[in-house]
Design a protein around this ligand. Sequence first.
Ligand SMILES: CCCCCCCC(=O)SCCNC(=O)CCNC(=O)[C@H](O)C(C)(C)COP(=O)(O)OP(=O)(O)OC[C@H]1O[C@@H](n2cnc3c(N)ncnc32)[C@H](O)[C@@H]1OP(=O)(O)O
Length: 195
Amino acid sequence: MTLASPRTKNNHNCLFTERRILLCCAPYKESIGVEAAWRTRIRDGDRLCTECVPRGACKFGVSVLAFDDAAQHMRSTILCPAAYEGGPGVAHGGWVCAALDEVLGQTVMEYHARVVTANLSVDFRLPVPVGEALTGHAWIDALDGRKVRATGELRLAASDAVLARATGLFIIIDPAHYVRHADWLAQQKVTGGTA
Ligand SMILES: CCCCCCCC(=O)SCCNC(=O)CCNC(=O)[C@H](O)C(C)(C)COP(=O)(O)OP(=O)(O)OC[C@H]1O[C@@H](n2cnc3c(N)ncnc32)[C@H](O)[C@@H]1OP(=O)(O)O
């Protein structure tokens, strides 16, 4: 399914409306509580990566997501932890990718039960300061079968300057995805990767 009739309320070319999102989500979301869930959501254990669940917070410093009605996109607050400092006072590029992966991935997962990143392309526009308030912004561009394309930005909260921008392709997975991976890994160890 490809989303049609783009709604150009802002310059982000969001291709969805509230009604369309709810229709698109129907196969993937529980029927109860969908509307409330997609409008404003404080992250919970279900939305954290496996390793982050025990501490109840994202290790990359992405802390809260909400749907911004005026701008028609997802917004998150972010702080680059000192552990991810690369150059003096600025974030390692790997952290920038990870934070954007999280921001885009969380946004897609707001509308589709479970996805993994298949492709992420990042433009590093300006150095990203460590320990300064940042914001993440992301929106879905298109849904095509299991493929969801999204765009996102990392901005300096103080001025809204865009520091990095990413586009991503996310693939909707089924519950057996990780079981298949475990089976594949076990097989690799048996065959030494020759199978
Ligand atoms: C909890 C908070 C999470 C926050 C977000 C964080 C998300 C993550 O970081 S996930 C971790 C990183 N990602 C991964 O580990 C994924 C590893 N890759 C995989 O598991 C598989 O390649 C997977 C699932 C993406 C696709 O495999 P599979 O399910 O067999 O589907 P497959 O048929 O190959 O591809 C489906 C479609 O996507 C397309 N596609 C897949 N990968 C790509 C790619 N890299 N580029 C372009 N197209 C692609 C295929 O061409 C196919 O298109 P079509 O349907 O038109 O033929």
